[in-house]
Design a protein around this ligand. Structure first.
Ligand SMILES: *Cc1c(COP(=O)(O)O)cnc(C)c1O
Length: 363
């Protein structure tokens, strides 16, 4: 049986009629950028997260770039970021000229809150919490540290749509929550898209200005902004998917529980689950000291898998000028050497999953 790491077509087929109606509706409307579908989705997404405002932008990276920009983060400032994250999290900081200060992960692959305070200096202006793989960071502790040191808090929720900590939605703990709607995310579009959520009216209005060339009023330009708009087509399709997000996340939880129950091979370490955090299982990530062999073995059985992520940001070519070397963040580097994401997607059948479980147990 051939099983790929992800299957985005399954997520389309289940709601095909609704998606097609929404798409045709936009095509026939004659209005394709910043119109009623974006406004509708922004209202719905704000309501879903419990934030006062949501503003659509062109991607998750743009959401991060704009978030740090409106918070006034600039050259000379330091921002505390997880060492173990997708590179876009860090780019949101460095595009604004600020310096990322990396902190090692805890056993849940997320930033270790107990190591954060040691990274604070007088230049520190903000903290970026990334809820990696769909599991919330320790937001009680992180919020406390931010309050104590007067730091702005930004959340990267690109993998955590619907995930909560102590019953509160990720994205609503600090000044700004940043979301990506890249097709493979829990709330995926059919192209690129992103959004920020905030309770601050000025932040929402400034991001609306910046996403549209720095203009609040047509052809009056306050700042050199960006062209970073969520388009009407993606917004209309996202409204459809958002209606089903809770059931999609529940299905992912069921699949994750089947993996957790079914896989029992001492060579494979299953993901740890944080207390008080509702995970939405963006990925199902195991760790193993024999990753190369496991990938090869799975390949022979026609089972796909992905490494999220093979090179940590501090060792990436694009950050060579920051002067880090191998060994600087050993826990992050061990994660990069040992993590493996198993096939995992909405619409995965029990037969497919059992085939993967059986193969893993015989490895
Ligand atoms: C996907 C992702 C991003 C970037 O989102 P894009 O929409 O692809 O720009 C940022 N951070 C994390 C953690 C992500 O997973």
């Amino acid at each position: 049986m051939k099983i790929t790491a992800n299957r985005l077509d399954r997520g389309f087929e289940r709601y095909q009629k609704e998606f097609e109606e929404a798409a045709v509706g936009v095509l026939r409307s004659g209005w394709y950028i910043l119109g009623p579908s974006v406004e509708k989705f922004e209202r719905e997404f704000a309501e879903y997260t419990g934030a006062d405002y949501a503003v659509g932008v062109a991607s998750g990276l743009d959401a991060l770039i704009l978030a740090f920009r409106v918070l006034g983060i600039k050259e000379g400032d330091e921002v505390i970021v997880p060492a173990n994250t997708y590179i876009a999290s860090v780019m949101g900081v460095t595009v604004n000229g600020a310096t990322p200060v990396f902190v090692e992960p805890d056993e849940f692959h997320n930033i270790d809150a107990s190591k954060m305070e040691a990274a604070v200096t007088e230049k520190t202006k903000a903290v970026l919490a990334v809820h990696l793989y769909g599991q919330a960071c320790r937001m009680d502790r992180i919020s406390e540290i931010c309050k104590k040191h007067g730091l702005k808090l930004v959340e990267d929720c690109a993998q955590s749509h619907g995930a909560k900590f102590n019953g509160q939605m990720t994205g609503t703990f600090g000044e700004i929550g940043c979301f990506s709607f890249y097709p493979s995310k829990n709330l995926g579009a059919f192209g690129d898209g992103g959004a920020i959520v905030t309770n601050d009216e000025k932040i929402a209005s400034d991001i609306k200005m910046l996403r549209n060339y720095g203009s609040r009023k047509r052809y009056y330009f306050e700042e050199v902004g960006m062209n970073s708009r969520l388009d009407e087509m993606q917004a209309a399709l996202l409204s459809v998917r958002l209606k089903h997000l809770d059931e999609l996340n529940e299905e992912r939880t069921k699949l994750a529980n089947r993996y957790l129950k079914g896989i029992n091979n001492p060579k494979i370490t299953l993901p740890a689950i944080r207390q008080n955090a509702t995970a939405v299982w963006h990925q199902f990530v195991i760790t193993t000291g024999q990753r190369d062999e496991l990938i090869e073995y799975l390949k022979e059985k026609e089972i796909g898998s992905i490494i999220h992520y093979p090179i940590p940001p501090h060792l990436s070519e694009c950050y060579r000028h920051l002067g880090f070397k191998k060994g600087d963040y050993p826990i992050t580097e061990k994660d990069a050497d040992e993590v493996l994401s198993l096939p995992f997607y909405n619409g995965m059948t029990e037969t497919e999953q059992d085939y993967v479980i059986d193969a893993l147990n015989r490895f």
